[in-house]
Ligand binder design. Sequence first.
Ligand code: AMP
Length: 176
Amino acid sequence: MDEPLSNRIASCIRSVPNFPKPGIQFKDITPLLANADLLGETIRAMTAPFANERITHVVGIESRGFLFGVPIAQLLHAAFAPARKPGKLPWKTLSEKFALEYGIDSLEMHTDALGNAGRVLIVDDVLATGGTLAAACRLVERIGGSVIGVSVLAEIPGIRSKSLRIDAPIHSLLHY
Ligand code: AMP
């Protein structure tokens, strides 16, 4: 019998200890990106739970969220809108800060990225503390969109911060 999709994906994600700093097990998705058929199956499985949610916009988080977000938007016949690191977007932007392990980062989106009332699916590769996704949710709402769901490839369990609010349903293909 075929191995379950989650096992096949897990075997194409390399855990690299102590990268980019001591104590972090970095989830390297490049072997998955190199496997065209498995990547296609992965994209379809990240999309399927939201197929009937009338998603109008997929927001991908820089940068690995773009790799999954664009093909998911195509499958849903939805627009793609990037949430980018500061200073990258050329038009009018809003930004949201969030805490990193050491210091602060922020995400920016164009103020006109979601039309008038987008029904938004937010996409990223890995969910760890949830700080990045919580900031993306706040940003989408400030721009006038509604977060209908969050789709991630993998969640690293046990480190999501309870104080970070993500009200929409979160779908993760893998839990390490
Ligand atoms: P967090 O805000 O803590 O949930 O971190 C999520 C963001 O950081 C995502 O955009 C991930 O791409 C990246 N990230 C966090 N932890 C890891 C990890 N262990 N391996 C790969 N990427 C990670």
